[in-house]
Design a protein around this ligand. Sequence first.
Ligand code: FAD
Length: 464
Amino acid sequence: MKPEIISQLREIVGKEYVFTEKEDLFCYTYDGSFLFEQPSMPGVVVLPENSREISRIIKLAAACQIPVIPRGAGSNLSGGSVPLAECMIIQMTRMNRIIRIDGRNMIAVVEPGVVTGVFQEELAKQGLFYPPDPASLAFSTMGGNVAECAGGPRGVKYGVTRDYILGLEVVLADGSITRTGASTMKSVAGYDLTRLFTGSEGTLGIITQITVKLLPMPQARQTVLASFPNLDQTAETVVEILSRGMIPSSLELLDQVFIHHIEAFMPSGLPLDAEGILLIEVDGPKNALNDQISEIEKICRDQGAMQIRAASSEDERERLWAARRGAFGAIARNYPTILSEDVTVPRDKIPQAISQVRKIAEAYQLTVAILAHAGDGNFHADILTDEKNSEEMNRVRQALPELFKAALDLGGTITGEHGVGIVKAPFLPWEAGREGMHVMQAVKDALDPQNILNPGKMFGNRRW
Ligand SMILES: Cc1cc2nc3c(=O)[nH]c(=O)nc-3n(C[C@H](O)[C@H](O)[C@H](O)COP(=O)(O)OP(=O)(O)OC[C@H]3O[C@@H](n4cnc5c(N)ncnc54)[C@H](O)[C@@H]3O)c2cc1C
């Protein structure tokens, strides 16, 4: 990066917030994803404090045609925040203020660097609730969640990040600052730009302020653990629960590989003899929960559950959910490389999807662990491997397209929540089609004509 650019950045944000040392830059060459290609080193990392500074940074980048990558906690699983060429990383974590919590209007305004779990804890103190709960909520940021449209176990009842975003402040590719949406519960004034920027993975603008809708904290919650002798029955039970009109707040499925790794890592009382378990939570008024739980237990019994256990205390409930959130970490202790895929299918296709995943794993002789936000039809088919084993990595490369194709054939999508980034860029056209890609390219060209915002992500190197 040219010295005159570095000195201008130092002038904008202060010299302690501009990193140029190799040791610092290296930390920004990776994120939560496994990448087949080696990413580049960024030229500089800059940590702004507010949107005015970001506006000046972007004006400088636009004038010099330098690629810019916004970055939150770097936990995404699609290669969204890694550099592909010499670039400027805008690290958003200094912008971590909760600006306003407005319980009368049930909204809050936050900066993008606020950690999602920290925000939720602040809200809980006031009896308020922001439902999106990615398993990464202890470290991922609100900006990263919005840019990826993150989801989580509660999606089955409460939806995903986009369902809570009322408005955004965004710095555009020319450095101008715009506001989208409104602080009201509804607004149809013009195109829905809030939804356009939500899930745009840093390719259309830098999100600098987020207005979210809040809910009252549910009065009570109850969690049930049901275990099954095989995974097909586990999956069929999900369809049965949902088709009987039940709407649990979470409905998670874990296979035996996950159960065993979790128990070895953080013993939580999960049944080791089960091939599949469901972790089911209901919430709402206290006096309505027992009926829901009884109905769900009955469905599980009718479907052949081996064991059904309701958490008897808040501690036990929290232990079960901590086990679920720790699932990825539990596996990561034993496998150096994990490719966490997140194909999603219509909910009644979950059993077929699981059977397809197993066939693909068998055909390519791969170890695949399955964990699903099953209530959403969203699978984490996690391929457990070791990047040093090049022969196995070749089989992984061949298996991935099969997995995406299987999801599309079942009427699903290649990504339910992890985003496209670099990892799924080659496969986006399979889902969006030629015309869809042309529309997306037109939007990108209109908002970022020089292609300086997170270039190479979502579209790969291809122009449509
Ligand atoms: C253990 C683990 C569990 C996970 N569980 C889930 C899960 O349950 N559900 C789920 O959806 N995801 C999950 N993820 C993935 C990841 O945590 C989410 O994608 C999260 O939203 C990323 O947030 P981040 O702050 O780390 O953003 P980053 O990874 O830094 O960035 C993500 C993308 O957003 C862009 N970006 C970041 N900030 C901004 C901004 N202010 N303006 C514009 N663009 C921006 C980046 O350029 C990048 O493209 C998990 C990851 C891990 C490691």
